[in-house]
Write a protein that binds this ligand. Structure first.
Ligand code: GRF
Length: 199
């Protein structure tokens, strides 16, 4: 039986694309059953449609409280029978109203190492710290999301990335994304294989 993934996005979806390609190429023994976006114009929705995957814009209702949105979202995801929920550039903080429904099954990708640069603009912040001579490297992490902590939780995988002398932010950013695409797929592959062995 194929593992079912639901991928939550808010933007370009290049990490989603890496997952879709890995499923198509059978590198990842999984199926993306739906892509859900918090933004109507997220390019990731087009990527999903192009791959023949259900693409859902999950709109916040007028005046809706965060927990109510999350509870509705949880119902939607539960209806898709997802084994794992992958946050790949999902720009909304998820509350326990969502997370408690999918314990140990929500996976987040963060473009920095554990405990560093949580929240938005992690790549830019790391690059700025490098420019100030404060750090020599940064990295990427994939982790479980147990609670409402931002970009924090049990680490599944990390990869360090050293800065290169004279590289621009754009060059560094491209390297980070490249690492993200590979690390996310690799981590999902390991999770799925460990799960199969445990059964
Ligand atoms: C990635 O850098 C991810 O780590 C962060 O948001 C970005 C999403 O990029 N959480 P994309 O939409 O997958 O291209």
């Amino acid at each position: 039986m194929s593992i079912k993934l639901v991928v939550l996005i808010s933007g370009s979806g290049s990490n989603l694309q890496a997952i879709l390609d890995a499923c198509r190429d059978q590198v990842l023994p999984a199926e993306v059953v739906a892509v859900i976006s918090s933004k109507a114009d997220a390019f990731g929705l087009i990527r999903a449609q192009s791959a023949g995957v259900k693409a859902i814009y999950f709109q916040k209702l007028e005046g809706e409280a965060r927990r109510d949105y999350d509870a509705r979202l949880a119902n939607e995801v539960a209806g898709l029978n997802a084994d794992y929920v992958v946050l790949a550039g999902w720009l909304r903080l998820l509350t326990s109203a969502f997370l408690e429904r999918f314990s140990e099954r929500v996976i987040n990708l963060h473009p920095a190492l554990p405990g560093t640069f949580p929240g938005l603009h992690a790549i830019e912040s790391a690059y700025a710290a490098f420019q100030r001579g404060e750090i020599k490297g940064s990295g990427v992490m994939v982790h479980l999301v147990p609670d409402e902590g931002v970009d924090n939780g049990p680490v599944l995988a990390t990869q360090e990335i050293s800065f290169r002398a004279g590289e621009t932010l754009e060059q560094f950013e491209a390297r980070v994304h490249d690492v993200e695409h590979k690390l996310l797929v690799e981590t999902l592959k390991n999770l799925i294989s460990n799960r199969a062995q445990a059964l």
